[in-house]
Design a protein around this ligand. Structure first.
Ligand code: 6GU
Length: 288
């Protein structure tokens, strides 16, 4: 369990936390020698009780951290600086670090790729820079998953997204050219993810999509209004249609049920619509 004391300093509790107790939380392995109740023992239980406590855990104990390894760090500069990803980072629930792989290049020319054995067009990303980068970053934190973004990985879905959102530390590797040397996949990578059956010129945009999808469902990122629970796919149903003012636009009316003010009726209408929409468009997800 790790927690920078500065996390507490930024928190609403910061001013009230004594040095002793912040140290106490900071390094739980010293907890028993420090205070009467063993926080170390009860904390996991407390944290698993309710989603609200999951949120507290994200805030004060273990925000999610995502490292991204790429040859094109510039490509990932903007995607996380807006909207929810920005808010998650400002709230201290999520931190993202993009690393340029050339930092670990094999020579002063910044080489990170080479011709493929057996011949054929296209370069392959070499073992050495990737292995060095992964090992260096692994010394800073223990990764729950080392993910390689690749069109031949498992297709991303909401279930995987939800699952990843509960992890603490992720490392995402963006492939380029013909991809990365198979030995890195065999010996370091724990998960391979594709975002669909088409080929992109690199894994960066796919990584941005993965981080966005994971970031928005991390406990505490969304408020009730934007709750992920009403998203498409969360309950194997697509979301129902939505409407806003005006009630009548060019003679196109908002469905009566939504204007009824009867919450039971509204819920029933939404469920009906969601089921119908899913049957029409994505019958495949209904029985997953
Ligand atoms: Cl993860 N990478 C690339 N290069 N292309 C893809 C992809 C990933 N997912 C779908 N197409």
């Amino acid at each position: 369990m790790k927690l920078g004391i500065n996390k507490w300093a930024d928190s609403p509790f910061g001013k009230n936390v004594s040095n002793k107790s912040s140290f106490f939380i900071h390094n739980l392995s010293f907890a028993e020698s420090y205070d009467s109740i063993s926080l170390q023992t009860i904390l996991p239980t407390i944290l698993s009780i309710t989603p609200k406590l999951q949120i507290l855990k994200r805030y004060y104990l273990c925000p999610m951290h995502i490292d991204i390894l790429t040859v094109l760090p510039e490509l990932l500069e903007s995607p996380f600086r807006h909207s929810m990803m920005k808010r998650a980072q400002e709230k201290g629930i999520l931190s993202i670090a993009v690393h340029g792989l050339r930092k670990w290049a094999v020579n002063e020319y910044g080489q990170i790729d080479d011709y493929q054995y057996g011949g054929g067009a296209g370069m392959v990303m070499m073992c050495e820079p990737l292995a060095k980068a992964i090992e260096e970053l692994s010394q800073q934190r223990k990764f729950d998953e080392i993910i390689y973004m690749t069109p031949d990985g498992n297709t991303l879905n909401q279930k995987t997204v939800n699952n990843l959102s509960l992890k603490e530390n992720l490392l995402i590797i963006c492939g380029h050219y013909k991809g990365i040397d198979q030995r890195i996949r065999d010996h370091f990578v724990t998960r391979e993810i594709s975002i669909g059956d088409y080929v992109l010129s690199g894994g960066e945009l796919a990584a941005a999509i993965l981080v966005d999808a994971v970031g928005r469902v991390i406990p505490g990122v969304l408020n009730d209004e934007t709750s992920a629970l009403t998203d498409s796919f969360q309950d194997n149903l697509l979301a129902p249609p939505v409407y806003t003012r005006p009630e009548d636009f060019r003679g196109w009316k908002v469905p009566d049920a939504l204007m009824s003010g009867d919450h039971k009726k509204i819920d029933e209408w939404r469920l009906e619509q969601a089921i119908q929409r899913t049957k029409d468009r994505r019958p495949d997800i209904m029985n997953e």
